[in-house]
Design a protein around this ligand. Structure first.
Ligand code: DGY
Length: 320
């Protein structure tokens, strides 16, 4: 088998790097690390396979990689890739659906719990030595069980969130999706509805939407205004679906109770972002899939996709 040139643009576990090195000439260079940026761009002209994530690969990058056959993204989201440019150049794009579904749903549900029960705020209350007498109602939270959960996007992750909510917490679920999804285990518990209906009826609204031209900026001032007074907003998909200034305004006006955010328009979240220190915001550093088990499973799938594609086989997961 011909050895090809692979450029690994985000750290891979040693066992997966070894699989690639066994078959191909391999360069590891992460363009987000200043000291490795030049090496990344120097390796592009020869690269036939790329594997990594969290870096924008647009037409300008592709122009520097004329031999490229495949990009294997260690992510399910593919909004970092200029899809039209890939298609035009005949470059295959692979991703990692499925293996991160349950972990990401866990993270989203953790944010539902954390925001409703004020877990971070109250943990800091203890840690900072402010628990000097029984807490009073100024620090009480709000029940999660029995509340209505609105889910925006009803793909694998949205459905996994719905199962947790409906079957574990007795929450009626309303979801917004281009089409209804028939899930026998959620019959009578999860209902397809128009966006405005979901926003107007849910006590907690969760986004699991992919970032596309249709969803970019979807959650703006008018959509936050359409949410119930005192509702909670949780975003576990992509930051750019939210207008963050409008979200802050809805929180500051007292219309929304709290927000739980794992994703932001700019990541890492800039130090001067008003979301960072906001009392009603629980912010996480994009940890949706970040467990040892799941990040390893993503690396295994992404590596398999890459190796299959470079052998001319159909990869397990590719984006049409
Ligand atoms: C994904 O897979 O798209 C996640 O956001 C990365 O953690």
């Amino acid at each position: 088998m011909t050895r090809k040139n692979v450029l690994v643009f985000r750290e891979l576990p040693d066992d997966q790097l070894a699989r690639i090195q066994a078959d191909h000439e391999t360069t590891v260079a992460n363009p987000r690390v200043p000291a490795q940026r030049d090496a990344f761009f120097a390796a592009l002209p020869a690269a036939q396979g790329l594997i990594g994530s969290s870096f924008r690969i647009d037409d300008a990058v592709l122009t520097r990689a004329p031999r490229l056959e495949v990009i294997s993204s260690i992510s399910v989201g593919v909004d970092n890739y200029e899809l039209a440019a890939l298609k035009q150049r005949g470059i295959l794009l692979c991703n990692t659906p499925g293996v991160l579904t349950e972990t990401t749903a866990d993270t989203i549900f953790a944010l539902v719990m954390a925001t409703s029960r004020r877990l971070v705020e109250l943990a800091l209350h203890v840690r900072e030595g402010r628990w000097t007498r029984n807490i009073d109602e100024s620090l009480f939270g709000w029940d999660v069980h029995g509340k209505t959960l609105g889910i925006l996007g009803f793909g694998r992750i949205g459905q996994a969130v719905a199962r947790r909510a409906a079957l574990g917490f007795g929450m009626p679920v309303l979801y917004h999706n281009p089409f209804p999804v028939d899930l026998p285990e959620l019959a009578g518990r999860a209902r397809h509805a128009a966006l405005e209906t979901v926003l107007g009826a849910a006590d907690i609204v969760v986004s699991t939407l992919p970032l596309t031209e249709e969803t970019r900026g979807l959650m703006d001032a008018s959509r936050f205004a359409a949410m119930k007074a005192g509702a909670i907003f949780v975003n576990g998909s992509r930051g750019a679906i939210v207008n963050e200034d409008d979200l802050l305004a809805a929180l500051d006006a007292g219309h929304l109770r709290a927000a739980g955010l794992d994703v932001f328009g700019t990541e890492p979240l800039p130090l001067d972002s008003a979301l960072r220190g906001h009392r009603q915001v629980t912010a996480l550093p994009h940890i949706g899939s970040a467990t040892h088990e799941t990040r390893h499973a993503m690396a295994v799938l992404a590596t398999s996709n890459l190796l299959q594609a470079l052998r001319g086989e159909r990869p397990a997961a590719s984006v049409d």
